[in-house]
Design a protein around this ligand. Sequence first.
Ligand code: UD1
Length: 381
Amino acid sequence: MPSNSGSREILCVVGARPNFMKIAPIMRAFAGDASGLSARLLHTGQHYDASMKHAFFDQLHIPQPDIDLEVGSGTHAEQTADIMKRFEPVLDTLKPRAVLVVGDVNSTIACALVAVKKGIPVLHVEAGLRSGDRSMPEEINRVLTDQLSDLLFTTELSARDNLLREGIAGSGIHFVGNVMIDTLFFNLGSAVPAARTFEQLGAFTDQEIPLDYGLLTLHRPSNVDDPVVLERLLRVLCDISQSTPLVFPLHPRTRMRIDASGLNELLEGARITTTAPLGYLEMLGLMKDSRFVLTDSGGIQEETTALGVPCITLRENTERPITVTQGSNTVVGTDPEKIVECYTDVMSTGGKQGRTPELWDGAAAERIVAIVNRWSEATAA
Ligand code: UD1
């Protein structure tokens, strides 16, 4: 096993789009804390397209990764195994003090599993979230990563209860707030106004940029992989768009499924502007200025809560319950009637505004870095 307790370096891992906004403030906080540990960045290459990667590194000023494993796409087993095989020699060479992973994607569990078996401590940012739905690949990744982690950083208090219930020691759990919201507040002033994005997209060329529009995102396998489910969802979204136009940045997975199922025609007849995936600052601007957001993303449920924009979540559950109990989120599922009912309510009442949850204040990454430094000193050989 590599001897790592004398190392002053934390190896931070990213892999997929939602990891990038989480790592940005952590890298900044490590860089701003010269007295303590330093951070090195590794990208697994799970997401690799310019629109899924480069735009985020540039806009969020994330340092270029020191290492890129370039794994690319594959089945879950292929992708996870490829990351593990390519990550192992990196650890043997670098012998970092710890490996820091964020979120719940395949890169998160793959790197955590390699590190723990080499006796390298794992630090998990966004620990303890549970949907209770084990058919979600992310739920498996969350449960297993948390079991392997030495330090577990949580975004909401319910996460601690989930972790304790699974037998994880309370001493490693730290409620620090939400690094994704650090990024949101840090960048809010630079968000690209929706009108500018519409102009760039050539959307709404009928002179009139609508005051009321909805932002739509869909990419969960449970919503897009089955053509019957996808068509049912798109049909109700097309209906909604007849009253309120929608903007729909398409994740590559969703683009592929729509093309493969021949559903493009359906969209063409609707008031839905589709685009390639957008950059962070364009999405932030569209989200901020929208009347409501329809989504199956986890991160967007949190971002809309921080912005006070009503969010209609097209899933049966959420691993982020605070966005419902305190925030602006309503989990409606995929039943067309329920979606229309919620949409109608949002349009007639303005929808839920909610409030910003505790410690979602822009300083979560600094708390994390302070705790990691204290932990490192306390556990040094
Ligand atoms: C992954 C995460 C999911 C996260 C999502 C955000 C897992 C299990 N899932 O799902 O939690 O919400 O990222 O986007 O880790 N593709 C491209 N270009 C890319 C990346 C992907 O074209 O840069 C295409 C490939 O055909 C690939 C498909 O998108 O097969 C899906 O990518 P993958 O990384 O397997 O999962 P996501 O659906 O993106």
